[in-house]
Design a protein around this ligand. Structure first.
Ligand SMILES: [Zn+2]
Ligand SMILES: [Zn+2]
Length: 93
């Protein structure tokens, strides 16, 4: 049985050492929070030791902390795209 590194649970926000419920080779190991016993998965963000929420139909890829960071990057991408469109219009004859 493999063990997971300590990380923050997305449900109860406690620093926990998850219990591995199911080991998966292709998908992520299914884990459970020892504090609130919700299903959690390792966050896919490199270098992040926190956990993402597991759901009945959909499992989060990233922990809430990383999801917030991605949202910021998304906003920046939209701004760049809008700027690019404006520049393209100016360049066009
Ligand atoms: Zn928890
Ligand atoms: Zn993360």
């Amino acid at each position: 049985m493999s063990t997971k590194s300590k990380g923050v649970c997305p449900f109860c926000a406690e620093m926990i050492m998850p219990l591995v419920i199911e080991e998966n080779l292709v998908r992520r190991d299914r884990c459970a929070c020892p504090a609130c016993s919700e299903d959690i998965y390792v966050c896919r963000s490199p270098g992040c030791n926190n956990y993402a929420k597991g759901g009945e139909y959909y499992d989060d890829e990233l922990c809430p902390q990383c999801t917030g960071n991605i949202a910021d990057i998304g906003k920046a991408t939209v701004a760049v795209a809008v700027f690019g469109a404006m520049v393209a219009k100016v360049i066009k004859p």
